[in-house]
Design a protein around this ligand. Structure first.
Ligand code: SDX
Length: 438
């Protein structure tokens, strides 16, 4: 896969600090996004830049995913999320993200066979679940058992992996994750594990291993399988989001792939990130319990003295509709209708969306529903318990994490991530012995 070359345009950025001017190269990407390359700034001027939350700073160049927040565009390797969600399997999308091209039939068969060869949990791993405290959150369990894989596959933990070893980490994690994530649910309920099957798709295998099959059925309901396929694809990647950046940061120290992904799981857990899908449903249920009157929640979300946020709304990049939330919203109606489910939470969510989109506070800040706003409603319709929602997000996002981990390690730009800071603490002062401190 050829990494697109970045055109170093003739244009230069110019920065003048303390009367000193410095020409800085401008980088232009394949979608005409532009950046001023400041990698020489400190050496030449002694200045660094400051950007808490890094909303204006590029950490890398990448050829995996393109987002246009203003136009609400999301593409994986140039293919629109709408077309992929409509027509691709999750395994095809995972291959596309990781290796850069849609697989041929032979490539897809080979990749699928490799994943199947790794779909069983290694002997002894189940005991780790049994040692965890009862009631532990499934994201904590998932992070712990993912980290433990470095103990089951020690040959795949050396810091300088060959291409073959890197691919082995990728197919091992991709192969095992449906069983690992299903086990997080089964063990949290004290249920026996269900073995994976080689005749089921990636998502259908998860659904079967987590929730078993309805009596007399040999596979999960096709409506569920298709909705789940779309959810996995919609969650697969999202460029430099918090958890993917975490995987890159940890991987940049040459910690192994299992440790890097386990770190990404921990970052995803936060309610401002992947944990929002659980938080949205809990918020909607709270509104329902208090009679369905949501104006006070909108007021709290706008109140600067309140830490309450309208969960599932807002996004660092999208200042337009998150294209994924549009797809999920349509799928919600279809899945609930096909399954004959009338979920008042969906009606409440639509009313809340309409009210927020008509409210100046949200309009002025370009706060729209994000991927998490409706996803919980579909997951609940599929019978997935709320506390498993973010585990499902991780199941989908694994392919994106691995794509970025691989791209980072193979990049000519590769170096350990180590930002600078501006120190604001005490200036030098003499040590005061305890006796003199009173
Ligand atoms: C995901 O990055 C990704 O790509 C993530 C993701 C992915 O696929 O990986 O898309 C998945 O994490 C989606 C986001 C899920 N999180 C939530 O739904 C939690 C609720 N949303 C917010 O916490 C917030 O919108 C964030 C965290 C998503 C974005 O935070 P930012 O970019 O730091 O935005 P901000 O806090 O600077 O907000 C700008 C303004 C502020 O008001 P002012 O100070 O300008 O007056 O908008 C307000 C914020 O207070 N605001 C909200 C709000 N989100 C932003 N006010 C009320 N409710 C909200 N949800």
């Amino acid at each position: 896969m050829v990494q697109p070359t970045l055109e170093e345009t003739k244009e230069m950025g110019k920065i003048t600090v303390n009367g000193q001017s410095l020409d800085l190269p401008v980088i232009t990407g394949s979608e005409n996004e532009q950046a001023v390359d400041i990698s020489k700034l400190r050496g030449k001027t002694g200045f660094i830049t400051m950007d808490p939350g890094l909303g204006n700073s590029g950490s890398c160049t990448s050829a995996i995913t393109f987002l246009d927040g203003e136009r609400g565009i999301l593409r994986y390797r140039g293919y629109s999320i709408e077309q992929l969600a409509e027509s691709a399997t999750y395994t095809e999308v995972a291959y596309l993200l990781i290796y850069g091209e849609l697989p041929s039939k032979t490539q897809l068969d080979t990749f699928s066979k490799k994943l199947s060869a790794h779909q069983e949990l290694p002997a002894g791993l189940e005991k780790i679940f049994d040692a965890l405290p009862a009631g532990i959150h499934p994201m904590a369990a998932l992070s712990i058992v993912t980290e433990s894989l470095s103990g089951f596959y020690p040959k795949l933990t050396n810091p300088a992996l060959s291409k073959e070893e890197m691919d082995e980490v990728i197919v091992t994690l991709m192969g095992i994750f449906p069983a690992l994530t299903a086990a997080c649910y089964r063990k949290s309920k004290g249920l026996p594990l269900i073995a994976p099957r080689k005749d089921l798709s990636y998502g259908a295998n998860y659904l079967t291993m987590a929730f078993g099959l309805p009596a007399g059925k040999n596979a999960p309901d096709e409506v569920m399988v298709q909705a789940f396929r779309q959810l996995l694809i919609l969650h697969a990647d999202h460029e430099q989001n918090c958890s993917t950046s975490t995987v890159r940061v940890v991987g940049s120290s040459r910690a192994n792939g299992f440790a890097s992904v386990a770190s990404g799981i921990n970052a995803l857990w936060g309610p401002l990130h992947g944990g929002a899908n659980q938080a949205v449903i809990e918020m909607l249920e709270q509104i329902q319990k208090s009679g369905g009157e949501f104006s006070k929640y909108l007021a709290m979300a706008k109140d600067k003295n309140s830490t309450f946020r309208l969960m599932g709304f807002g996004h660092r990049v999208y200042k337009n509709f998150d294209p994924r939330s549009r797809i999920i919203k349509v799928a919600c109606d279809k899945v609930l209708a096909k399954m004959g489910i009338k979920d008042p939470t969906l009606d409440l969510a639509k009313q809340l969306e309409a009210a927020a989109l008509a409210d100046d506070y949200f309009v002025a800040r370009k706060l729209y529903p994000n991927v998490d706003f409706y996803s919980g409603i579909i997951l609940r319709a599929l019978g997935i318990p709320t506390e498993q929602f973010t585990v499902i997000f991780a199941l989908g996002r694994l392919s994106g994490w691995l794509a970025h981990w691989k791209e980072m390690l193979e990049s000519p730009e590769f170096r350990i991530v180590r930002p600078r800071q501006i120190y604001t603490g005490s200036t030098e002062r003499p040590f005061v012995p305890l006796a003199a401190r009173g």
